[in-house]
Design a protein around this ligand. Structure first.
Ligand SMILES: Nc1ncnc2c1ncn2[C@@H]1O[C@H](COP(=O)(O)OP(=O)(O)OP(=O)(O)O)[C@@H](O)[C@H]1O
Length: 625
């Protein structure tokens, strides 16, 4: 009799959607990952909330809330008990479940999933847990027999490879008439006990593709997927049979190629990794949107394989691993945005929270902030503010012209790496932009006063404007030795930094729904130069999937390579080959720095279409979401 998946109720209309729980785990601070001795840039606030320094303004923090936040002191046992153990019983009812460890290379995914002998992770604990549950059920003897089995595979460069019987064969992924996902040819090994599991799993783990990157000596270059199947069969007629699948997934690290020092084959691998993680985020995004729209499961092997176990009636947990060191800052930021977005899938929208804080509080001196003079415990403040927000969910918008803001940030950062002689012109431009920005702000204020609906509290008249809700009430996180622009200066140039502060909390800006054809994108992401006339002409709309500040940050990174990268670095950019790299170097020699990515069109052969294709490919490759 064919195995029947209870989850198929979804397809038949009796849909009972389960939430995807999102947990974030912060790995302990490691000195060796902090060669500049800058300290940590992220920390725990409470069991659900963390804060991370605002990259645009070191005196402010960004705060994120998840279902669970595991601080650095959290043990393996605690992670298992709170995030994984509760989903195991569903397997015995013929339902599917998945646990995914996501995050940048070196942030602790493998530690979380696998752990060590002394500190076993989710995988050994979950498998032991399944055996214990089955034993208990058998003792109760409800007329069902149970069997447990395993498969173990990796997705490497978009190939599905069997880890139990290693070979180079790329296994196909199929769907049966009941919408179960199957992998014909994949080894399935029956398991009699936990130690039996161990004897198959450990040697198979050594078959996984890993490599040494600058960040992690043994970095996972593939998505490792362990499948535990529990089949229960009715002892008496009609001998019904149900199968519950548990996917335990250690995802490959999301990559920033410059930071990892990846080149050649490593670069190609990370292109595949980033692409599949980006698709994963889109799948989560589409599921969240609901409404029966197309969920792009088929756009990557990873999501296709997880199709019957992620979203729908399955029970999914995403554990996002992050690292506290500054070296990881942008990866952490990206990972948090991914996790925050994936929380949307579970229908627990996190309202963008802004509130008008009385000017006294807003203008607390830095000293006061450092001394933590909040007058109230942090947790209570968060709670109170949330309440206010629920009562009045209107969102305030920062009076910031994004184009001016971006240009200012780019110029300020460029200024730091520019010879004194050349700075004069840039100073002039910054000055002009500051004026523009001021003008824009005063216009926005006038608009508010004239009653456009955005002003919510008359008590804020006279204050410098609306303050972000989650301004930190703890001592601010500082770099020990900052190499960034002075925060005060940055603040003076771009006062209303709420834009960047609000975006991560909002989650929604990344959840707009333009349809993007990923197959086309795959081609664009190849490292080689795009031949003349063959560039992707449909490069618009994809940005609306992404957080604006992440986009800005990625654009800034590309600009940095354009302005200070060597020939090799330039060729490391997507779609830049030897010829283009040399043209860029030549342009730099004569013209100086690029002030914005759009300046690239001044180079022979780079059309506007090519430029947008170049920007898209590099941003997606660099983000790893
Ligand atoms: N919670 C933790 N407690 C103690 N050590 C940890 C913790 N998390 C990670 N580590 C250590 O940090 C290092 C990197 O962790 P790990 O290899 O798990 O990262 P990863 O995210 O899986 O990286 P990759 O994607 O490259 O495989 C390892 O030495 C690991 O033992």
């Amino acid at each position: 009799m064919a195995a029947q998946r209870v989850a198929e109720d979804v397809a038949k209309g009796t849909k009972q959607t389960s939430r995807v729980r999102v947990a974030v785990r912060l790995r302990p601070y490691m000195h060796k990952q902090d060669q500049k001795g800058e300290g940590a840039c992220v920390r725990r606030l409470d069991t659900e909330t963390l804060e991370i320094i605002n990259w645009r303004n070191a005196t402010e923090t960004l705060q994120y809330q998840f279902d669970v936040f595991h601080g650095e002191e959290t043990t393996q046992q605690e992670v298992f008990l709170s995030s994984v153990k509760p989903i195991l019983p569903h397997l015995l009812k013929g339902q599917n479940a998945s646990v995914l460890a996501y995050g940048p290379t070196g942030a602790g995914k493998t530690h979380t999933m696998l752990g060590s002998q002394e500190q076993p992770g989710v995988i050994p604990r979950a498998v032991r847990g399944v055996f214990n549950l089955v034993k208990a059920k058998e003792r109760e003897d409800e007329g069902w027999d149970y069997s447990i089995g395993m498969s173990y595979l990796e997705i490497y460069n978009e190939k599905v490879l069997d880890l139990l019987s290693p070979s180079a064969q790329d296994l196909p992924i199929r769907e049966d008439k009941d919408r179960n996902i199957l992998i014909p040819g994949l080894t399935h090994t029956p398991l009699s006990s936990f130690s039996n599991f161990h004897s198959h799993f450990i040697p198979a783990s050594l078959n996984r593709t890993t490599a040494s990157t600058k960040l992690n000596q043994r970095s996972s270059r593939s998505h490792a997927i362990l499948l535990i199947k529990v089949v229960r069969t009715q002892r008496n007629p009609p001998h019904r049979q149900q199968t519950g699948k548990l996917y335990l997934v250690d995802l490959a690290g999301s990559e920033d190629n410059r930071r990892t020092g990846n080149q050649g084959i490593r670069l190609k691998e990370s292109g595949a990794i980033n692409l599949s993680l980006f698709t994963l985020s889109k799948v989560v995004d589409s599921l969240n949107a609901g409404g029966g729209g197309r969920v792009p499961y088929r756009d990557s092997k990873l999501t296709r394989l997880l199709q019957d176990s992620l979203g729908g009636s399955s029970h999914s947990v995403m554990i996002t691993n992050i690292a506290p060191e500054y070296t990881y800052y942008f990866d952490t930021f990206t990972a948090l945005n991914f996790a925050a977005k994936s929380k949307q899938i579970v229908n627990k929208p996190f309202v963008r929270e802004t509130v008008t804080v009385p000017s006294v509080q807003v203008k607390r001196s830095r000293k006061e902030q450092e001394a933590g003079l909040s007058g109230e415990p942090q947790k209570k403040k968060l709670k109170d503010v949330k309440k206010t927000d629920q009562e009045e969910p209107t969102q305030l918008h920062s009076p910031t012209d994004p184009s001016v803001l971006n240009r200012l940030i780019a110029l300020e950062k460029l200024l730091m790496g520019t010879p004194v002689k050349e700075r004069l012109n840039m100073h002039r431009e910054i000055q002009e932009l500051k004026e523009k920005q001021k003008e824009f702000e005063s216009k926005a204020k006038v608009l508010k006063v004239t009653g456009n609906g955005a002003t919510r509290n008359s008590s804020d008249s006279g204050s410098s404007g609306d303050s972000p809700l989650f301004r930190t009430y703890l001592p601010p996180l500082h770099r020990k030795q900052s190499t960034a622009a002075k925060p005060q200066k940055q603040q003076a140039v771009v006062p209303p930094l709420q834009v960047s502060q609000l975006q991560p909390l909002q989650q929604c800006p990344v959840v707009k729904k333009p349809s993007v054809c990923l197959k086309k994108k795959q081609k664009n992401l190849e490292q080689s130069e795009v031949p003349e006339g063959k560039e992707n002409v449909k490069d618009t709309g994809w940005e609306s999937h992404l957080d604006k500040s992440v986009l800005d940050q990625s654009r800034h990174k590309i600009l940095q390579v354009l302005n200070s990268g060597s020939l090799k670095d330039l060729k490391g950019l997507q779609q830049i080959g030897d010829k283009k790299a040399k043209l860029i170097l030549g342009w730099r020699e004569i013209q100086g720095c690029f002030t914005q990515l759009e300046d690239l069109t001044k180079i022979e052969g780079i059309t506007a279409k090519r430029l947008s294709s170049f920007i898209k490919a590099n941003i997606l490759s660099m983000m790893g979401t």
